[in-house]
Design a protein around this ligand. Structure first.
Ligand code: B12
Length: 601
């Protein structure tokens, strides 16, 4: 059994911000900061999006969601207006836009200058928020880098004023970390205040939480994801008086569990769902094959809404998702496809065995309740005040998905099972990465594997942002080859990675990066290594691109050549690194000396 999460471990601070004061501050702000006008609210004559969602659900009309947010406001406005207009011309409707704000929007405007930027939209002030939402009668969903960040209060105020009544992302609070920002107490205080600001609005404001952005993507038992929903309901609804609305989908690849999750959510929530995200993790590089991927999950989601409307809008992800940030035309294409599929899906309902789906949904709900109850009881037993939203939020965030699942998961304990429990309903993503990593290692010949084992290498593996799957895959492959792993962390700053590498005695660094920061990150990492007097080889993979700083381009460009120029081993596949390791191990075994040199290509 893993060691307990004591209060000393989770909340070592002698004092934390007072939750009642933060809640009072949020309510005070609500007197001045309300929901403003926007074309969506006026065109449909509704006070908030949840009213619209309930109306559409009652008429059994399936809603659609598009994700937009390019670096430039101009292009984002063109997308906001253009997608709506082109779909309207085809006789279709887009109901809502998920606005993909940039990472750096998580810092308050006064602290944003000079902070690392990703690939998303940067809005300078409230007038930019309003200019965007004023571009077409489509519901604005500010679902990223608003609630859950240090800038929560300022961004929530601007989003409300721009007419948004679905704001998130509580899921991000639990797992995301902004670069160069270490004060999670300040982030928590801002989050609690922003939650209270939303809860005190005279109209219903949905606090959006994307389960895949939160812990769900990392649980190995899907029942824990439903447990997370219940914990978030407890936090937002019982402790703060707000309304929480859930999204899932990126990692839900199996039709049965995808549909069962929708029906389980319908049982455990009272608000309309925000959206069901496209199953992005199954997308590959071949657009035509991705049309099959798109159809495979969309049909499940359509049937789900036909059978039991839950207010979720469906999100047809463009087929270029794995290649690049989708262009406006590509988003329109995916929506045209989705609308036609909705028209063609009418006859499928009788073919689905809902009794089987509901048996799984029931297990999810029961397991989820068990997880919620065990988490709350377990934390309370260690002295965490679970009636205090600041303490509970911080304790959950600091505990993390893995420990929560190991300690409080609803599955039966089984020492041989991954995470020490038999899952109630197995989530496939993390387990599949483990298996895939081991299989990649297994593709080396027996001699090569023995060579790597004998060399006794130590690798510090890290990822620069929330995308952790590349790291998990690498770790699984290296572990299978007997390489000693040093955890360089998730969303890890370069100084922390170098400190971990030095402390653990690493022979090499392996960096997985996705947020469009590859070049600036590698430069910073090199500088930190030099400061520490270390000269370690760096392997880098993931999405190796960046938006240039010259202000000319809105989209990220490939920076692989510059990364090579900085001496890194640029890897498009894990196998690229493994073959280098084999050579390096052979050299070390032959000479007894350190072997990996900087890449000089
Ligand atoms: C899963 C996913 C997520 C999940 C991550 C879950 C988790 N906890 O890991 C969630 C939903 C949380 C997420 C969030 C976001 N995401 Co995302 N996400 C993806 C997605 C679908 C898959 C990436 C992935 O994990 N693949 C699994 C890995 C194992 O496979 P792979 O990527 O093919 O990698 C191979 C190799 O590259 C290699 N590899 C990877 N790293 C390394 C390292 C080394 C050293 C080596 C040797 C090899 C190696 O291993 C793999 C097998 O060979 C991609 C789109 C796509 N289909 O690629 C977008 C994508 C990466 N996300 C993107 C974005 C923008 C975001 C957000 C910023 C959106 C937002 N505004 O909220 C947030 C992140 C915010 C933050 N603070 O970080 C963009 C990045 C844009 C860019 N750089 O051009 C992408 C490309 C989507 C898109 N088309 O716009 N995301």
């Amino acid at each position: 059994m893993p060691a307990p999460l004591t209060r000393q471990l989770l909340l070592p601070e002698p004092a934390l911000p007072s939750a009642p004061e933060l809640l009072a501050e949020g309510r005070r702000l609500a007197q001045m900061a309300g929901v403003g006008a926007c074309p969506f609210l006026s065109t449909y004559g509704v006070a908030c999006e949840s009213e619209y969602k309930r109306r559409r659900a009652a008429e059994r009309s399936i809603m659609l969601h598009a994700q937009i947010g390019y670096r430039s406001l101009d292009k984002s406005r063109r997308a906001y207006a253009g997608i709506y207009a082109r779909l309207a011309a085809a006789g279709y409707r887009v109901d809502r836009y998920g606005i993909c704000l940039d990472w750096s929007m998580g810092y308050p405007a006064s602290r944003r200058a000079g902070m690392p930027r990703g690939t998303g939209l940067i809005l300078a002030g409230p007038e930019d928020f309003a200019a965007l939402t004023g571009s077409a009668p489509v519901a604005p969903h500010f679902g990223d880098f608003v609630i859950g960040t240090l800038a929560a209060v300022e961004n929530t105020t601007a989003a409300l004023a721009a007419g948004a009544t679905a704001i998130g992302n509580l899921g991000q609070y639990f797992t995301f970390r902004l670069p160069r920002w270490h004060d999670d107490v300040a982030t928590t205080a801002a989050t609690v205040t922003a939650l209270a600001l939303c809860a005190a609005q005279p109209v219903e404001v949905l606090i959006h939480s994307n389960l895949d952005d939160g812990f769900a993507a990392l649980f190995t038992d899907l029942a824990c994801a439903i447990g997370a929903v219940l914990l978030e309901r407890y936090l937002v609804e019982e402790l703060i008086g707000g309304r929480v609305s859930h999204c899932y989908g990126h990692t839900f690849a199996e039709p049965l569990t995808r549909l069962a999750t929708q029906r389980a959510l319908a049982q455990v929530t009272a608000t309309p769902g925000s959206m069901i995200y496209g199953n992005t993790t199954i997308y590959g590089e071949e657009p035509l094959a991705n049309y099959a991927n798109l159809a495979s999950y969309l049909l499940v989601d359509i049937v789900g809404q036909q059978a039991r409307p839950t207010g979720h809008a469906l999100n047809p992800v463009p087929v270029t998702e794995a290649l690049r940030i989708p262009e406006i035309d590509e988003i329109v294409d995916a929506h045209l496809f989705a609308n036609r599929l909705i028209e063609r899906a009418a006859g499928y309902l009788p073919l689905v065995d809902f009794a089987a789906v509901d048996r799984t949904a029931q297990r999810l709900v029961e397991g989820g309740m068990r997880f919620r109850d065990r988490v709350l009881a377990g934390l309370a037993a260690e002295g965490v005040d679970t009636r205090d939203p600041v303490e509970l939020l911080l304790a959950l965030r600091r505990a993390g998905a893995r420990r929560l699942e190991e300690l409080f998961g609803p599955g039966e304990p089984d020492a041989a099972a991954f995470r020490g429990r038999t899952p109630v309903v197995r989530a496939t993503t993390v387990a599949a990465l483990e298996a895939r990593g081991a299989a990649l290692a297994g593709r080396l010949s027996a001699t090569e594997q023995a060579e790597v084992r004998r060399a006794g290498l130590a690798a510090c593996v890290t990822c620069t942002d929330v995308h952790e799957y590349g790291k998990l895959l690498l770790e699984a492959a290296l572990r299978s080859l007997g390489v000693r792993l040093i955890d360089g962390g998730v969303s890890a700053d370069p100084d922390a990675v170098v400190a971990a590498a030095r402390q653990g005695g690493a022979d090499l660094l392996a960096v997985s990066t996705y947020n469009g920061v590859a070049l600036s990150y590698l430069r910073a990492l090199r500088a930190e290594l030099a400061r520490a007097g270390l000269d370690l080889p760096i392997f880098i993979g993931g999405k190796l691109n960046q938006v240039p700083d010259d202000g000319l381009a809105s989209m990220p460009i490939d920076v692989s050549a510059q990364l090579r120029g900085l001496g890194a081993f640029v890897c498009t596949r894990v196998e690229d690194m493994l073959s280098e390791l084999v050579d390096a191990a052979a050299e070390r075994n032959a000479s007894g000396l350190p072997c990996l040199q900087e890449n000089s290509l």
